[in-house]
Design a protein around this ligand. Structure first.
Ligand code: EPZ
Length: 419
């Protein structure tokens, strides 16, 4: 295993580039199952989750060739229909093969994902989506087995926490080859869902309304291979922006789409950080402790739950008290307990964290619990005085490509140590 040793505090300055969006790439790779023709996906970030998806596709008999940031996928010949527990338990996004396998072959067996550090993550909406398309859905020995020739259908895909990114994407992938028209109401509007729509359209699917709560799909008989470049990673770009703010630095973040980042740029500005946006870039400049701001996560275009942990780390050194409310996941505050070990003063009460800003954090040994919690600890480590040691950074490697190299390139002092 690897850990990070961070020597702080440091001030970040310079230019750093965000990669393509992990959460767009994963469903797009799964969508390649919908055609026997070859697909080429470019600019793919080199992440553990991408490697896991490639492993899953290979386990189904799909040809996957990767050369640096380009992946070529060909789902021709005999394709297996089962995503095994061994792979799904490592990565929930393995669930994305359900829709394409069912849509193309009328048969998919996908292991139910297990528990998750950020709270219960049910799959009822995924199943509701495919059931509305006429699939027979059974739970067999820990596996969801879905079968049947799909036909278009109408459904409302919202749960108590709002729309579901995964269920919307899965249902779209199942519906593109179904007979007739499908209408998904309560669809997730995240840019990554729209990007999947862009890829499916490039394959010949007929989809309208991506990026709105009502997605309309007219099924086609066959899809063709396509070449695609996924959108930039708004969560990585947001993480880098917060890194500039927490270190009172000055960073130009390139390769990002500022229009996707409005919900984080606005609270950064309210916190006293200067953010200027340009074409595919933004500059972030901070000169003092952040002014307290309250944030509440919600589905896009609201404040992204995937940036909550990082922003909480920033508010931990705020000049006053901020309130952070997590509305998307039930228990996504494990990072707060670790931040408190670094001297932060954060009280958790259910879905709310009251963050009493302190002048500075102190380096400590801490443990990463999930991907974004790990990023929050890295940011805290950059700002903290002394040495911060972060264990279990395999969580971080799932979703950030060489984050330490990117940050070291703009002034951070982070060592990756194997232990
Ligand atoms: C996606 O997860 C992302 N993952 C997550 O990113 C992100 O946090 C999340 O969307 C919300 O933006 C990928 O794209 C691979 P959801 P997903 O279904 O699709 C409830 C990261 O750090 N729900 O939109 O699993 C669910 O419990 C990760 O990169 C149901 O109730 O999230 C949650 O409260 C972590 N029933 C809410 O909906 C369902 O069937 C939103 O979850 C499905 C979800």
């Amino acid at each position: 295993m690897d850990k990070f040793v961070i020597h702080g505090p440091t001030r970040l300055e310079g230019t750093v580039a965000a990669a393509a969006a992990k959460n767009a790439v994963l469903p797009i790779l799964a969508a390649c199952l919908l055609t026997e023709e070859p697909c080429t996906i470019r600019d793919v970030p080199l992440l553990e989750d991408v490697r896991t998806m490639a492993r899953l596709l290979r386990s189904l008999g799909v040809k996957v060739e990767q050369r640096k940031h380009t992946i070529k996928i060909e789902a021709a010949g005999k394709i297996e229909r089962t995503a095994t527990y061994d792979i799904v338990r490592k990565m929930r996004a393995s669930y994305y093969v359900l829709g394409p396998l069912l849509g193309r072959f009328g048969d998919a067996r996908v292991s139910l994902p297990g528990g998750c550090a950020i709270g219960p993550r049910p799959v009822d909406l995924h199943l509701k989506g495919i059931a509305a398309l006429g699939a027979n859905v059974n739970l067999e020995h820990g596996y969801i087995h879905a079968t049947g020739r799909l036909r278009g259908g109408s459904m409302l895909l919202e749960g108590t926490s709002g729309p579901s990114v995964g269920a919307t994407a899965n249902t779209m992938m199942a519906a593109v080859l179904a007979d007739g028209e499908t209408v998904i109401q309560g669809a997730a509007c995240e840019p990554e869902v729209s990007d999947l729509g862009g890829f499916l359209t490039a394959m010949g699917a007929r989809i309208e309304g991506c990026g709105t709560p009502a997605v309309r799909i007219r099924g086609v008989k066959k899809l063709r291979g396509a070449e695609y470049r996924p959108i930039p990673d708004r969560i990585e770009a947001g993480t880098l922006a917060v890194a500039a703010a927490i270190t009172r630095g000055n960073l130009e973040v390139t390769g990002c789409e500022p229009a996707h980042l409005a919900s984080v740029i606005d609270p950064l500005r309210r916190a006293g950080v200067t953010v200027e946006t340009g074409r595919r870039k933004m500059t972030v400049n901070a000169e003092r402790r952040p002014t307290p701001v309250n944030i509440a996560t919600s589905p896009y275009p609201g404040f992204a739950t995937d940036l909550q942990a990082q922003f909480t780390a920033l508010l931990a050194i705020g000049d006053g008290t901020s309130v952070v409310t997590e509305n998307v996941f039930e228990s996504r505050f494990l990072h707060a307990l670790e931040l408190n070990r670094m001297g932060a003063k954060i009280d958790i009460n259910g879905r709310t964290a009251v963050v009493q800003g302190v002048p500075s954090l102190a380096g400590a040994q801490v443990m990463a619990s999930d991907l974004r919690a790990s990023a929050a600890l890295v940011l805290a480590g950059l700002a903290a005085k002394g040495e911060t040691e972060i264990q279990r950074i395999y969580h971080l490697d799932r979703g950030y490509e060489s984050l330490e190299q990117k940050l070291n390139g703009v002034g951070a002092k982070i060592e990756r140590v194997s232990y």
